[in-house]
Design a protein around this ligand. Structure first.
Ligand code: VNL
Length: 188
């Protein structure tokens, strides 16, 4: 819906744009996006219009309705629901006394590698947002007043900064884990 506040799009366009923007914050597969678009259309949050596609094909283009925009605004103002953690790495960490030191180390190394990759991707997203090469942001700014550009951009940067800080904490934790595994292995 956030993307459809910018302009009407087909499910395909939306999925591609989503992949290059919101997906870095909220993972959702196409298998969830397409049915959700139909569901939102059925409950009046979106309007579907048949548009020509290629030579003789047709596609549904989705447009946010006034009701949809109101629901989006309501969602952004509503408090977030928190869920208790279910993190397999931390669960395993609690029982590493059962693990071979080599597999314990491998868990920590994989954790570092994963979060270093995510950090790099999020740093790249901040770069895009700052230097004007974010396709999605460019489209959003193109249809919004200049006075809104800074607010619109800064909140997206803020989002990725939070994710980067979290990745750094995970990396530091796993590095500490490697030291701990070594020192506890020596003791045995
Ligand atoms: C948007 C643009 C969102 C770039 C993004 O991630 C992004 C947007 C949440 O305009 O909706 O990286």
């Amino acid at each position: 819906m956030a993307l459809l506040t910018v302009e009407p799009m087909t499910g395909y366009d939306l999925s591609k744009l989503f992949e290059s923007s919101v997906a870095y914050v909220w993972h959702a597969p196409d298998s969830q996006i397409y049915p959700e678009l139909r569901r939102m259309k059925d409950c009046g949050l979106l309007k579907g219009e048949e548009v020509a596609w290629g030579q003789r094909g047709k596609k549904t283009q989705y447009r946010i309705t006034a009701e949809g925009a109101a629901a989006f605004r309501e969602w952004v103002n509503a408090p977030v629901e928190y869920f208790r953690e279910r993190d397999p790495v931390h669960l395993k960490a609690a029982y590493l006394e059962w693990a071979e030191p080599d597999s314990a180390r491998a868990h920590m190394e994989a954790h570092i590698e994963y979060h270093a990759l995510r950090r790099k991707q999020w740093q790249g997203m901040i770069e895009e947002l700052r230097n004007g090469t974010s396709v999605m942001l460019a489209r959003r700014l193109a249809v919004s007043p200049k006075t809104e550009h800074q607010r619109t951009t800064e909140y997206k940067i803020f989002t990725y900064e939070g994710l980067i800080a979290r990745a750094e904490t995970e990396i530091a934790w796993a590095r500490h884990g490697l030291e701990l595994i070594d020192s506890l292995a020596k003791g045995s």
